[in-house]
Ligand binder design. Structure first.
Ligand SMILES: C[S@@+](CC[C@H](N)C(=O)[O-])C[C@H]1O[C@@H](n2cnc3c(N)ncnc32)[C@H](O)[C@@H]1O
Ligand SMILES: O=C(O)C(=O)C[C@]1(C(=O)O)C=C[C@@H](O)C=C1
Length: 235
């Protein structure tokens, strides 16, 4: 279904509710530059770290697109677990897994409270930015603690620049991308307002610093387009 969520006046903050969940795949494809490419990089590095008995978690798995793609390429017996606290998203995810015969476990859980088992891969694409800054570092620490040594945390985020002119230009560049994807100025401005104080992006450097503070020995960007980046943190 096509994303028309912000074509009408919106009075509430952005939420992962039924209306958003129903159009989410289209929303991501048209709102995240090179979404499929960043997903492919995530799939590549995840598969490299999975073996028989491995556990992989996707935090904020939404409609389970990533885990479904991985399940189709998996050559070993690993457990793929998608965590999300939006029942509407989980409903979409379950329907897709069933239709595509994908072996993915889905759990309604708060990623901040979840009791993680020792994992080989943890992914969180475009989800950390929705976690309150006050507890974001605590979550990344929990993620690092849950990974085996030398294993990976792959995450993608919208990023900001602390150079104010560059930051303004990055946002303009991104809005041009959204216009090319068929979103109107009105939809773009409405979504911008709805995301205010809900999506709180860090800079590339802040994300890397956070990962290192939380116990990762190495963290770098493996893909970036203007204000969107994919990071790999190695324990
Ligand atoms: C932007 S979406 C993630 C997109 C998805 N990873 C992808 O690449 O297609 C963020 C997701 O995180 C979920 N989420 C946000 N906060 C959460 C929390 N505290 N616990 C669990 N899920 C959460 C939302 O319900 C939403 O489905
Ligand atoms: O549309 C925007 O302005 C975005 O920031 C895109 C973005 C994201 O980065 O997570 C915001 C909310 C939706 O979850 C999908 C994509």
């Amino acid at each position: 279904m096509n994303d028309k969520v912000f074509t009408k006046p919106i009075k509430k903050q952005f939420e992962f509710d039924e209306e958003v969940a129903a159009v989410f795949d289209d929303m991501l494809n048209r709102s995240v530059p090179y979404y499929r490419e960043s997903q492919k990089i995530t799939e590549f590095f995840s598969l490299k770290h999975l073996e028989d008995g491995s556990i992989m978690y996707d935090l904020g798995s939404s409609t389970a697109s990533l885990l479904i793609n991985i399940s189709k390429q998996l050559k070993c017996k690993a457990t793929l677990v998608g965590l999300d606290n939006s029942e509407a998203m989980l409903e979409q995810a379950r329907k897709k897994c069933l239709a595509l015969g994908a072996n993915v476990e889905l759990e309604n859980a708060d990623i901040l409270e979840y009791d993680y088992k020792k994992a080989d891969v943890i992914v969180s694409n475009y989800t950390l930015q929705f976690i309150r800054p006050l507890v974001r570092e605590e979550l990344v620490k929990k993620i690092a603690d849950s990974l085996k040594k030398e294993k990976v945390f792959i995450f993608s985020e919208k990023v900001i620049s602390h150079h104010s002119k560059l930051n303004k230009d990055l946002i303009e560049c991104y809005y041009d991308f959204k216009k090319e994807q068929g979103y109107s100025e009105y939809e773009i401005m409405q979504k911008r307002e709805a995301l205010e104080n809900v999506l709180v992006p860090y800079s590339e450097e802040e994300n890397i610093k956070m990962a290192k503070n939380c116990g990762f020995s190495h963290c770098e960007v493996v893909f970036r387009w203007a204000n969107f980046a994919t990071f790999i943190a190695i324990k």
